[in-house]
Design a protein around this ligand. Structure first.
Ligand SMILES: Nc1nc2c(c(=O)[nH]1)N[C@H]1C(S)=C(S)[C@@H](COP(=O)(O)O)O[C@H]1N2
Ligand SMILES: [Mo]
Length: 202
């Protein structure tokens, strides 16, 4: 065996070890190759609260106070008018559990167990129908993530939720407490956190 062969083999072993370490520390999650090797924040290492990466924290979004306040209410507007719901009110409605991955354009994707109220149920409570679109407003102001419009095929889907829980616990503030959008098949960027209001569009 010549020197070059030994060196190459050593390199291969070192590389395989590094890959193994990355796979082990990011179990259950998939990341871009380079981001997995970088020493960056929790968003790429899968160590956010509740074992899910965080895109924007509640502090960065400047919603810490409003999102954690007992006075939070969901405002829901539709053809029959506007209704408001406390978090307790939402918890008395039928809850649905779904496993849905969050996929972020920043290069990570991570599956999670969510539960909450079907968006279609909420739409029905204010006189909306299965052909309606819904606009969601976040407590977060002045960001491109503050408002999302959802087309009817997602609104009526049985697995589209106003999610209240993540892995069986109330959402962490950084994951959108008290309520966020979880709609299977939509990109992470549209899974709006810290929902303040929903409007059934005319
Ligand atoms: N209000 C609000 N919602 C948001 C964001 C945000 O910055 N503000 N980021 C979005 C993006 S880009 C992603 S990938 C997901 C990330 O959700 P997570 O931080 O709970 O993992 O939230 C989405 N919802
Ligand atoms: Mo994202």
């Amino acid at each position: 065996m010549n020197g070059e062969g030994t060196t190459r083999r050593g390199l291969l072993i070192a590389t395989a070890t590094a890959v193994g370490a990355v796979v082990a520390t990011t179990a259950g999650q998939s990341f871009g190759w380079l981001s997995g090797l970088n020493v960056l924040g929790p968003r790429v290492r899968g160590r956010g609260p509740q074992s899910l990466p965080v895109n924007t924290t509640a502090e960065e979004a400047r919603v810490l106070d409003v999102a954690s306040a007992d006075t939070w209410r969901l405002s829901l507007t539709g053809p029959t008018g506007t209704r408001t719901f406390s978090l307790e009110d939402l918890r008395t409605l039928p809850q649905t559990a779904v496993e849905v991955p969050l996929a972020c354009v920043e290069g990570w994707s991570s599956s999670a167990d969510w539960s909450g109220v079907r968006v279609s149920d909420l739409v029905g409570l204010v006189g909306g129908s299965t052909t309606d679109s819904v606009r969601f407003h976040s407590l977060q102001q002045g960001s491109r993530y503050s408002v999302t419009t959802m087309r009817p095929e997602f609104v009526r889907a049985e697995r589209t939720l106003l999610a209240l829980d993540l892995f069986g616990e109330p959402l962490d503030l950084d994951h959108g407490f008290p309520a966020r959008v979880i709609a299977p098949g939509r990109p992470g960027v549209l899974q709006t956190k810290w929902i303040a209001s929903m409007e059934v569009l005319p």
